[in-house]
Design a protein around this ligand. Structure first.
Ligand SMILES: *Cc1c(COP(=O)(O)O)cnc(C)c1O
Length: 394
């Protein structure tokens, strides 16, 4: 089956669902076993693989986990209560005091904060590396390097990583490769075909797709699953079956939405590139982008999230305020991946340590992050054009 079909069929079991199209929401903490023998059997079952207790699984969470696993092609998928927890729980599961972590300098801000806070307190040392390092990562690997963490492209600065080259070096040294795959979604990047061991994602974004869900997923290859499963169980991480049903609903339309976000993102980026107010567009799906070659080699599509750098002389606070205040369609807000368009000024300068921003070849002005939603493209352009007109009056 192709991805679009898998996204529709995954996790459904008509008989177990009383013939209903959608998996029912089953709310459960306790499952009752068939006497002593049933209890014995439950105790032999691995947590998360059978219906033994609500924190481990419900029929609804299992349906979502199976659907995601089928799409991503991993061995198992487990759910997390937020996207951030999908980043932090695997790190906690694989790292111990005295270990060393290699983290991309373009990482999602709260992932970086977790390394500098909790992991540091627990005696794990993090080295941030240039996301464009590729096979050069070998020079940073130490005997105690246990995890190499990638995020491609970074959700602020959009550097595309050479994940296969990084994974090859990491594996030679016996380190585990984790990747934040939120930008591409399970449809546009296949982590396990590119050397990733654990694929981490915020379902909050594209899988949820409607700005009303918080959830994360961790999918992995078989060899690392036991370690991950132990961490998940010890931390007591569980998700609500109601939220699983929302995520499943989002998943069914993911392939049409992703195609629409991709087309809208490329069209908006192209239009913005022609605007005199914009110095540079950061979008790996566009041929001018430095990440385009690797993106074309490794990705199956682009999501709707990209960057636009304003001309330096139009980057003052007053200009940004003029642009944002009065926008009718573009929401000003965090997160992305919903049906709505968003715009957010971001400042990577203080959020990097291995590299400086703007890096070579990147323009100096204020960086805007845009999420192309599913509104009519002409309406979106008119909304931004009106914002540019307000800027011109400053
Ligand atoms: C949003 C996001 C997360 C975290 O997801 P939450 O559900 O908001 O916790 C992690 N990584 C990336 C790249 C994100 O954009």
């Amino acid at each position: 089956m192709k991805d679009a079909t898998k996204a529709l069929r995954g996790g459904r079991d008509s008989k177990a669902q009383f013939g209903a199209v959608n998996p029912p929401v089953v709310r459960a903490s306790t499952y009752l076993f068939e006497g002593y023998d049933g209890l014995q059997e439950a105790e032999r079952a691995l947590p998360g693989e059978a219906l033994t207790y609500g924190t481990h699984a419900t029929p609804t969470s299992l349906a979502l986990e199976r659907a995601l696993r089928d799409l991503e092609g991993g061995f198992r998928t487990r759910l997390q209560p937020s996207g951030l927890m999908a980043m932090t729980a695997p790190l906690l599961s694989f790292l111990s005091a005295g270990d060393h972590l290699l983290m991309t300098d373009s990482a999602y801000g709260p992932t970086r904060a977790f390394c500098q806070g909790t992991l540091k307190r627990f005696g794990v040392e993090t080295t941030f590396y240039d996301p464009l390092i590729g096979g050069g990562i070998r020079d940073l690997i130490r005997p105690n390097t246990k995890v190499v963490f990638c995020e491609s492209p970074g959700s602020w600065t959009f550097e595309v990583q050479d994940v296969p080259a990084i994974a090859e070096e990491a594996h030679k040294a016996g380190a585990v490769v984790m990747l934040d795959n939120t930008w591409a979604s399970p449809l546009f990047f296949k982590p396990f075909a590119h050397g990733v061991d654990l694929c981490l994602a915020a379902l909050t974004k594209y899988v949820g797709g409607h700005a009303d869900l918080l959830m994360g997923s961790v999918s992995c290859v078989e060899s690392v699953y036991p370690t991950y499963r132990r961490g998940q169980r010890e931390l007591g991480l569980a998700v609500s079956p109601d939220d699983c049903a929302l995520a499943l609903r989002g998943l069914r339309t993911l392939s049409v939405r992703m195609k629409a976000h991709e087309a809208a993102g490329l069209a908006l980026a192209d239009w913005l590139m022609g605007r005199p107010e914009i110095a540079q567009i950061l979008h790996p799906g566009m041929p001018h982008d430095p990440g385009h070659r690797i993106w074309r080699r490794d990705f199956l599509g682009a999501s709707g999230l990209f960057g636009a750098i304003l001309r330096e002389d139009l980057s003052s606070e007053a200009h940004i305020r003029a642009l944002l205040d009065g926008l009718e369609l573009f929401g000003v807000g965090y997160s992305w991946g919903g049906f709505e368009s968003l715009i957010l000024p971001v400042d990577p300068v203080g959020a990097r340590s291995a590299t400086v921003w703007p890096r070579e070849g990147r323009a100096k002005g204020r960086l805007l992050r845009l999420h192309a939603g599913l509104e009519d493209l002409e309406d979106l352009k008119a909304d931004l054009a009106a914002g540019f007109a307000r800027m011109a009056r400053i």
